[in-house]
Every structure is written in C-alpha cells, then in structure tokens.
Design a binder for this molecule. Structure first.
Ligand code: PMP
Length: 314
C-alpha cells in the first residue's frame, strides 16, 4: 500500500513476490528512511495458523515511523495486511513443530527526493518466507563475544526503533565475530562502556538465583516483543524480574544467560568472551530457567497451552 507524505495509507493489494521498482533518488536508498518488522506464524497441531502478538509489531512500527518522519499504517491496517498475506501464503507455513513462516513488514520512503528531506511518498509491503531455527545450533547454546569498540546505538539516536540503518551498523562486528566462530556480538553502552545493551538482533537476560535481570529500555535498545513476553511469563512463573542497568561484570557471577527475539525465540548462552576472557555457563548454558521459559513461550506460540493472556491471533 502507498501513502503520500502527510497522508494516510489506503488499503493494499496482494501481489506475487518479485522485484519492485524504485527511483535512484528514493528516500530509503539515499537517506535511510526505512523501517521493518519481524514476526512469525506457527501452525498448530490441528492445522490452524497462529500469529503471536501482531498488534505489538504494528505499534512498534508506528513509534519507529514517528522517529523516522514517516507515515505508518494503522494498527488495524497492519494486522489485517499481515493476516491477508499469511492466508495467501498458507501453504508455505511449515507443518506443526517443523518451523514457522517468518513475516517481514517493510515501510519505506519510496518517493524521490534529492535534497535532505522526508520522501514525498511511502510504501508499506509485506513478504514472507518459511524458516527453521535462526542459529545453526537450533535451540542449543549460542556463544557471544562482547564488542568494546563498535556500538550499534547512541543516546538520542535511532537504536530504539527498527530502522534499517541500525542493522548496517552491526554488520562489521557481527561478521568479524562469526569468522572467529562466535554466534553473535553483545554490545555495551557507548557512554560508560560497561553496561549491557543487546545482541545484534535479540535482547539479553542474566539469571542469578530467582532474579532475572535485563537492560532497561532507554532508547538505545530495541523494545523486543519476545523480551516483553518473557518478562511477563517469568513473573507469572514466580521469578523476580528487574529491568535496570546491568553491568558487564555481572556476567561473571550469573547462573545462566539467555537471549530473546522473534528469530531466536529464546536461546541459552553457552559462553561469553570479554576482553579475551571466556566465561562459560554450566551444562553448556542450557539451564533450568532458560529451558522452563522457552518451554512456556513456545507452547503458547504453537497453541499447545491455553492462551490466557490473549497473545495469539488465528
Ligand atoms: N533487538 C534487536 C536489535 C532486534 O533486531 C530484535 C529483533 N526484532 C530484537 C532485539 C528482539 O525483538 P523481538 O523480540 O520483537 O523480535
């Protein structure tokens, strides 16, 4: 669907997947006016398809659009467009337990603009792809390296919204980490260089006894929908959850560390390397807490337990 600057999106249409045409001076290509979302559709045992909290993605896109000077679809338009796209592609939703359909909504400044300014026209589109597990290890532990030179976000910047440029900013550190055999990079804050921020595409949690701590949302990390869901699930399961500044030193004392995100769902961290020192977590990181929370969340997402919180949409 399309929308002029300052206008509203009109209803969209379904098209076959294919290349799209853009002016070389489109706002997204020149000034990075682009935002995306990521969510998954799971097939239930009875064959029905479930979406997990799609209105949260819609709200996050609206917040991001405001920061990036873009109009955005309404929550209803967003959710309806996701549902229509999934319905049209339902044969691509993997069988129960065999993966999911990854859904990628994309909002961009598609109009041509030469001098620095918001684009005169915007396009919202959605494409989908069946996926298995994100990390090649599946739900097995991942191995992280703390990055102490490069940062993905600065206070006052755009780190808290899902804009395309944030991902270009992590490619260098992430590629270097992968070449060295790590699964991903853990970023620190750029002011004190001692507080945990997040991983390239997921949020981080540190477990110590009955307390689970996670960096607070303060504009430099993405407010993950899995993060928010895990906080609620953990509290319901009787854990104390703290959203606060979490110092990198706390990793040394932690019982377990895990990351959350739509792609990774919940992955335990087996080890973290910081300034050349490697901290490993017991049982290769697959601890009782990560296992318990993973199990509750995935059973909810796949429709295996009653959804008392109304998080899933058929
Ligand atoms: N942080 C970043 C930078 C991300 O790209 C993602 C993935 N969207 C997350 C955290 C996790 O967010 P969510 O749980 O909504 O997928």
């Amino acid at each position: 669907m399309k929308c002029p600057k300052g206008g509203n999106f009109s209803n969209g249409e379904l098209q076959r997947f294919g290349n799209i045409e853009l002016s070389p001076s489109a706002g997204i290509l020149n000034y990075g006016q682009g935002l995306f979302e990521g969510l998954k559709a799971y097939r239930k045992e009875d064959g029905h398809i479930l979406l997990f909290r799609p209105e949260e993605n819609a709200l996050r896109m609206r917040l991001g659009a405001e920061r990036m000077c873009m109009p955005s679809p309404t929550v209803e338009q967003f959710v309806e467009a996701v549902q229509a796209t999934v319905l049209a592609n339902k044969r691509w939703v993997p069988p129960f337990g065999k993966g999911s359909l990854y859904i990628r909504p994309l909002l961009m400044g598609s109009g041509a603009v030469l001098g620095l300014a918001p684009a005169p026209e915007y396009t919202f589109l959605i494409y989908v792809s069946p996926v298995g597990n994100y990390f090649k290890e599946g739900i097995a532990p991942i191995h992280l390296i703390v990055e102490h030179e490069l940062h993905r976000a600065t206070p006052g910047g755009t780190g808290g919204v899902k804009t395309i440029g944030n991902y270009a900013a992590v490619l260098k550190a992430q590629s270097a980490a992968k070449l060295k055999g790590y699964s991903d990079v853990l970023y620190l804050d750029c002011v004190h260089k001692k507080y945990l921020e997040e991983v390239s595409s997921c949020n981080i949690f540190v477990v110590k006894g009955n307390t689970i701590s996670t960096p607070a949302i303060k504009g430099t990390i993405l407010p993950g929908i899995t993060r928010k869901s895990i906080i609620d699930v953990a509290r319901k399961e009787g854990f104390q959850v703290e959203e606060r500044l979490v110092a990198v030193d706390e990793l040394l004392e932690a019982d377990e560390v895990f990351v959350t995100g739509t792609a990774v769902v919940l992955s335990p961290v087996g080890s973290i390397t910081y300034l050349g020192k490697r901290v490993s977590y017991g049982n290769e990181g697959v601890g009782g807490v990560s296992q318990e929370l993973y199990s509750v969340l995935t059973r909810l997402q796949m429709g295996l337990i009653e959804d008392t919180l109304n998080w899933t949409v058929e």
